[in-house]
Design a protein around this ligand. Structure first.
Ligand code: GAR
Length: 203
């Protein structure tokens, strides 16, 4: 049985697109993209999912609910949809141990730097590249790692380095890191983990 995957997104969803393309090309073959969850109703990632026949839902934190109650709603949804594995692909909300322990060793994240540089609380999206340029590093990259209760602190699965070039802006660097690293290592790592979970399930 294929590993049922949910992808969590907040924005444009180019990493989701890389996963969809990998599924079509047979690179992601041990898992099936079954659900996309967004905390932002305007995320273009939702369109990408729907255009590819993947169920897409918006789950926003309500003002009246606690983080734990919000995470319980997410966990309930994933159980209802029989999801085995979660991929955070540009999901901009930090999940606490309550959620991460429910998907221990079954949840991965893509981060746009070489962890342990430029990661942790406050390091997300374009900010990561701003910080890398500010510091003046000559090499950056991307990391795919398991998710635990420490932001960007779980075991590393794959990393890929990318050169910083003269005249880079955060936007230019972000695009190069996506093209040369994220869109390559995320589908690869997703297949590695999906295959492992499939083998575990089949015994
Ligand atoms: C990606 O660069 C991803 O690595 C980053 O946000 C971007 C989302 O783009 N994620 C983080 O910074 C998480 N800490 P996308 O919506 O086009 O995939």
């Amino acid at each position: 049985m294929l590993t049922a995957i949910a992808v969590f997104v907040s924005g444009g969803g180019t990493n989701l697109q890389a996963l969809i393309d990998a599924q079509h090309k047979g690179i992601l073959k041990s898992g099936e993209l079954r659900l996309v969850v967004s905390d932002n109703k305007d995320a273009y990632a939702l369109e990408r999912a729907r255009n590819n026949g993947i169920e897409a839902v918006v789950v926003r934190k309500k003002k009246a609910e606690t983080q734990t109650e919000y995470e319980d709603r997410l966990i309930g949804l994933l159980h209802e949809k029989k999801i085995d594995m979660v991929i955070l692909a540009g999901f901009m909300r930090i999940l606490t141990e309550h959620f991460t322990s429910a998907f221990a060793d079954r949840m991965i994240n893509v981060h746009p730097s070489l962890i342990p540089s430029f990661c942790g609380k406050g390091y997300y999206g374009l900010h990561v590249h701003e910080k890398a340029l500010e510091y003046g590093v000559k090499v950056t990259g991307a990391t795919v790692h398991y998710v635990n209760e420490i932001p960007d602190g779980g075991r590393i699965i794959l990393q890929k380095a990318v050169e910083v070039e003269e005249g880079d802006t955060p936007e230019i660097l972000q695009r190069r890191v996506m093209e040369q690293a994220e869109w390559k290592i995320l589908p690869k790592a997703a297949e590695m983990v999906a295959r492992k979970l499939r083998e575990d399930k089949e015994g």
